[in-house]
Design a protein around this ligand. Structure first.
Ligand code: GLP
Length: 246
């Protein structure tokens, strides 16, 4: 079933989702969680940190798998997604370092790195819950629109628009954004037992509408979520503004 939850503001959407996650962690402390990067989840991570500091979000037994990472950037690189997640979440909550799973963009052999990640995912029985943002072109993780999509972890070539959308992580300089990235595949995302997509702001309204109400097509990877039995779109009013009945 696909559900849509609309909050009055981006802040309210992030707070609502953070408290849902804190509750879920209380019920299922060993949760295996997929995590996104991007500007959208920053207020969500901030609230999770706040809940953790107040003793209301315990990550001690949880496992996290990040969705994606730029190819060619080591985890230590300040522009890597790994560094982003360290800053916004890992350094601030009580996740056990050995249960933070991340694609290594600095790996010499990308195919081997993708296989390693798949083995790690298989070892824990897959994702319980995956949190997603959405790219303006409908990408999930770095699964870019295409005639065919790759089901499992792979090396993806980034579209110019995606590189532009990520330039903020590189002081606004799109030339420094890597051309390729490792990403969990669409099959892995759709195999998660639960999916939550967070989208906020007017700039996401058109793609949210296409994802929710458009045809299911690999040209809009987020539209494939319509096939999932347990998915929630958490939106603010602006991101929901293109959806007819909202
Ligand atoms: C990047 C990430 C995606 C993310 C998207 C949206 O390209 N690879 O996982 O969903 O950006 O980012 P933002 O939240 O900044 O709009």
């Amino acid at each position: 079933m696909l559900r849509v939850v609309i909050h009055p503001s981006a802040e309210a959407a992030s707070l609502g989702l953070a408290s849902f996650l804190a509750r879920t962690l209380r019920q299922w402390p060993t949760l295996v969680l997929g995590l996104p990067t991007g500007r959208t989840p920053i207020p969500l991570y901030r609230e999770l940190v706040r809940l953790h500091q107040r003793g209301r979000a315990d990550f001690s037994r949880a496992t996290t798998f990040n969705l994606d990472e730029f190819a060619g950037l080591s985890p230590r690189d300040p522009h890597s997604y790994h560094a982003f997640l360290r800053r916004h979440l890992f350094d601030e909550v009580n996740l056990a370092p050995e249960r933070i799973e991340f694609l290594n963009g600095g790996a010499r052999d990308m195919r081997r790195e993708a296989l390693r990640y798949e083995r790690r995912l298989a070892a824990v029985g897959g994702l319980d819950l995956v949190l997603l943002g959405v790219g303006g072109n409908g990408h999930l993780g770095f699964n870019e629109p295409a005639a065919t999509l790759v089901p499992r972890t792979h090396l993806s070539t980034l579209r110019p628009a995606t590189r532009r959308a990520n330039a903020w992580l590189f002081d606004g300089d799109v030339r420094r954004v890597p051309r390729r990235a490792l990403s969990m595949g669409i099959g892995t995302i759709l195999s998660a037992r639960g999916v939550v997509l967070l989208a906020t702001g007017r700039a996401k309204a058109a793609i949210v509408r296409r994802a929710l109400t458009g045809p299911v097509t690999t040209r809009v990877p987020a539209s494939l979520l319509q096939l999932h039995p347990n998915v929630v779109f958490v939106l603010d009013r602006e991101a929901a503004s293109g959806v007819a009945s909202s």
